[in-house]
Each structure stands twice: as structure tokens, then as C-alpha cells.
Ligand binder design. Structure first.
Ligand SMILES: *[C@@H]1O[C@H](CO)[C@@H](O)[C@H](O)[C@H]1NC(C)=O
Ligand SMILES: *[C@@H]1O[C@H](CO)[C@@H](O)[C@H](O)[C@H]1NC(C)=O
Ligand SMILES: *[C@@H]1O[C@H](CO)[C@@H](O)[C@H](O)[C@H]1NC(C)=O
Ligand SMILES: *[C@@H]1O[C@H](CO)[C@@H](O)[C@H](O)[C@H]1NC(C)=O
Ligand SMILES: *[C@@H]1O[C@H](CO)[C@@H](O)[C@H](O)[C@H]1NC(C)=O
Length: 372
């Protein structure tokens, strides 16, 4: 392994300590003998993505400009993730430089894999709140396709206090990025949905959409969890387990506080799913929700609403794009070339970008179902 010898590490030990990552394990994960898996790159940036064999780390090659942004922002980034333990921004664990024996040196950053979960992620979206060029051209859409804004046919209903907490945190994170003139970041959203038999098809039944009707079982009832599945629909929450083994087995980058269920006397709760251990619920991690999918609206007939019980994973990614002269020129050029409303183009100023982003997030997570 010539490569490993040439690996230069910038000092990210503090960050890893904060995220509770053991440096020895970390080095083994990213530079051990197991091959990294290359992912098809979702972006136009030309970056290459890898996933560590244990699924915990996402590795991305960086352009020079991105390295500069990261290095400059680092002390502030550190302060931000320290101040807001539930922050949704990408978790950075290390920046490394490799000079292969042949070829040019390159740098890569190691991040937490947001989708490090034993649940299968069925759909994934990269959302910016911009509509121009924001759809996926792929004909075949499967669980590995990263979909974009225009492909999003779902609204997500969260328990109201969880929704408030989520939107508030996204607002703070977005303000942090705006303060550093960062833009073009995305909300990465993935979800797992329950088996088909749990799909409900119907309409105009607002009560059943409200996730505050999530069932919370007591510890004793939870012991009977198999029978609980036999007679209950939907997602089941249980009071937080005391068994440390099962319930805390989440990715190492999962830090921050656990969510409490108002309908469970504000206890910390776990999500109980068949075939998995208990899943601790945190902001952006293992969040139970109802996804409502708009059916095709045919003339004269009522539109169908498909409802799914889903488990959501949410984070803010691609935070190393700074607004600079190049962007300004690109913006002016696009406005002229496409004759579009300049405000719908994704190269807009950070302030505006942030406002549009937040507005979009607000609509993707509506307050609750309206009576229509
Ligand atoms: C998605 O990717 C995973 C891992 O790369 C692969 O095992 C799986 O078969 C893919 N799924 C589909 C539907 O292509
Ligand atoms: C979303 O809905 C639109 C319009 O109803 C449709 O054209 C599009 O194919 C849908 N996209 C997906 C991913 O289902
Ligand atoms: C953004 O900058 C303003 C003004 O300097 C500051 O008051 C605010 O706390 C910053 N917000 C974040 C989230 O860093
Ligand atoms: C502006 O940023 C882009 C990428 O974000 C970079 O390619 C470009 O070189 C930068 N331009 C200037 C003038 O710094
Ligand atoms: C939506 O939530 C608000 C405040 O939480 C409540 O006042 C309103 O009645 C709810 N609307 C529906 C349709 O449930």
C-alpha cells in the first residue's frame, strides 16, 4: 500500500473527538485493506465518491477551491457543530492528501454517511429549492437513483414538535452557511418505507395522516412486540429502551439529543420495526413520518392520495461552494441565455439562496394535512 504511506492528514482530531469517532478505527475504515466502493457520482462537479466498506464513511475528492473553502471555514464549522449538537450539516471527519506514485496528487474529505442504517433506503432526493435543471433524466428510477426537486411528488408529515425542531435547525444551519457566503448546498433526504401491505390508499382523511397519532407503547407492551405488529397499523414508538446494546447501535457520527414524543409524556422514544433492533430517533435520523404522494390528477375524478409510513434520513450536503466572481458571471450569463426568471436559477446570491431553500423545505414538510 504505497498510497497509505503518502496519506497526509490535516489535523481533524478535534472534530473526530467531538463526533465520537475513534481515530484508529477511522484510519482502518478508510485506508484498510478492504476496497472502498465507488459510487456513481450524483453531481456535475466531477468529484468521485466512495463509501467505506463498513458503510460509515463517505469519501469525496475535492477541487482546489473546495479545499480552500473548507480550510477557511473550519474554525467556524467547528464552532457551529459544537454549538448545535443536532445540526444537519455534513459531518466532516478528515481531510487527506494522496500523491499516487503516478499521477497528480489529490485531496479528499471524509464525511459521515447519512444513510448508514440497517434499513433499506428506498428513495433518495437531492433538493435545492430551485427548479431549473432540477429533474433526473434517467428513465429507470430505482432506489439508487438520486432524484431532484422536480421529481419530488411527496409531502412529509411529521409530529408537529419534531417538525418545528427540524425546520428550526435547518434555518440555523442555512444561516450559518449564508454567513459564510456558501450556496448551492442541498437537502439530502432519503426514506425507507414500510412493506406494501402497509400502504394506505384513500383520501380526505386528515386524522389518519397526522403522525401525532403515532402509537407509543410502554416498555411492557413492547416486550410483546410481535403481537403488537399483528394488530396495529403504522409505525410504533416505544419508550426508550434501557438495553444499551440494541438501542444505541447507530452510526458513530450520530450525535446529539434524542427526540421526545409528546404523546408519550415527553419520553425519549425508539422506533420499533420488524426485523431490526430499536432505532433511536434523532433530528434527521430514523424519523418516523407519513409521506403523502400526489396521484395523477385526472379531470373530473378525485385525485388519489397515497400514504406511506416512512422513516426519514435528512442532512445538508455540498456545503463547499462559495459565491464568488465566477458565480456572479455565471448567474448573469444564465439569466440572459435562458431568458428565465433569474430567481429560478440555482446560481443566486447566498441570501436569496437561503430564503428559497427554506421556503422549499417548508413546503416539503407541510404543517399538517389540510382538509381537501
Ligand atoms: C443499488 O446499489 C446496491 C449497492 O451498490 C446494489 O446492491 C443494489 O442491487 C442496487 N439496487 C438496484 C435496484 O439497482
Ligand atoms: C411526479 O409527478 C409528475 C406530475 O404529476 C410526473 O410527471 C412525474 O413523473 C412524477 N415523478 C415521479 C418521480 O414519480
Ligand atoms: C450569522 O451571523 C450573524 C451576524 O454576524 C450572527 O449574529 C449569527 O449568530 C450567525 N449565525 C450563525 C448560525 O452562525
Ligand atoms: C469560484 O468558485 C468556483 C467553484 O466554486 C471555482 O471553480 C472558481 O475558480 C472560483 N473563482 C474565483 C474567481 O475564485
Ligand atoms: C394544523 O395545525 C394547526 C396548529 O398546530 C391547527 O390549529 C390546525 O387546526 C391544524 N389543521 C388541521 C387541518 O389539522
Amino acid at each position: 500500500h504505497n498510497k497509505t504511506n503518502l496519506l497526509v492528514e490535516f489535523d481533524y482530531r478535534n472534530l473526530r473527538e467531538m463526533f465520537k469517532i475513534d481515530t484508529a478505527d477511522y484510519m482502518i475504515s478508510i485506508s484498510g485493506s478492504d476496497a472502498l466502493r465507488e459510487l456513481s457520482s450524483p453531481g456535475k462537479s466531477g468529484s468521485i465518491f466512495f463509501l467505506s466498506q463498513d458503510d460509515q464513511f463517505m469519501i469525496k475528492t475535492l477541487r482546489k477551491s473546495e479545499v480552500q473553502v473548507l480550510l477557511r471555514m473550519l474554525p467556524y464549522y467547528y464552532r457551529h457543530v459544537h454549538a448545535y449538537e443536532n445540526t444537519l450539516v455534513t459531518k466532516f471527519f478528515g481531510l487527506h492528501r494522496v500523491r499516487p506514485s503516478s499521477g497528480q496528487k489529490f485531496r479528499f474529505v471524509v464525511m459521515g454517511n447519512m444513510f448508514c442504517t440497517e434499513l433499506r433506503i428506498h428513495r433518495r432526493f437531492d433538493l435545492k429549492g430551485s427548479s431549473l435543471g432540477r429533474s433526473t433524466e434517467k428513465i429507470k428510477i430505482d432506489e439508487n437513483t438520486t432524484l431532484k426537486d422536480l421529481d419530488l411528488n411527496y409531502s412529509f408529515y411529521l409530529e408537529p414538535s419534531w417538525r418545528d425542531a427540524l425546520l428550526k435547525q435547518i434555518e440555523i444551519d442555512s444561516e450559518f452557511l449564508r454567513n459564510h457566503s456558501i450556496m448551492d448546498y442541498s437537502l439530502l433526504l432519503g426514506f425507507h418505507y414500510r412493506a406494501r401491505q402497509n400502504l394506505q390508499i384513500g383520501s380526505s382523511c386528515p386524522e389518519s395522516i397526522l403522525p401525532d397519532k403515532l402509537t407509543v407503547l410502554s416498555e411492557a407492551d413492547a416486550a410483546e412486540k410481535d403481537s403488537a405488529y399483528n394488530y396495529r397499523d403504522g409505525l410504533i414508538l416505544v419508550q426508550r429502551g434501557s438495553d444499551k446494546n440494541g438501542s444505541d447501535a447507530v452510526g458513530p457520527h450520530i450525535r446529539g439529543s434524542r427526540l421526545r414524543a409528546p404523546s408519550g409524556c415527553f419520553e425519549e422514544v425508539d422506533l420499533l420495526l420488524p426485523g431490526t433492533g430499536r432505532l433511536p430517533i434523532q433530528l434527521g435520523v430514523n424519523m418516523p413520518a407519513r409521506a403523502e404522494k400526489e396521484g395523477k390528477q385526472e379531470e373530473g375524478s378525485k385525485s388519489l392520495h397515497h400514504m406511506y409510513d416512512v422513516v426519514l434520513y435528512i442532512g445538508i450536503i455540498d456545503i463547499l461552494q462559495k459565491y464568488n466572481m465566477t458565480k456572479k458571471i455565471e448567474h448573469a450569463y444564465k439569466s440572459i441565455k435562458y431568458k428565465y426568471n433569474p430567481l429560478s436559477i440555482s446560481a443566486v446570491e447566498p441570501q436569496f439562496y437561503s430564503e428559497r431553500f427554506l421556503k422549499f423545505v417548508g413546503t416539503a414538510f407541510p404543517q399538517n394535512s389540510s382538509n381537501q
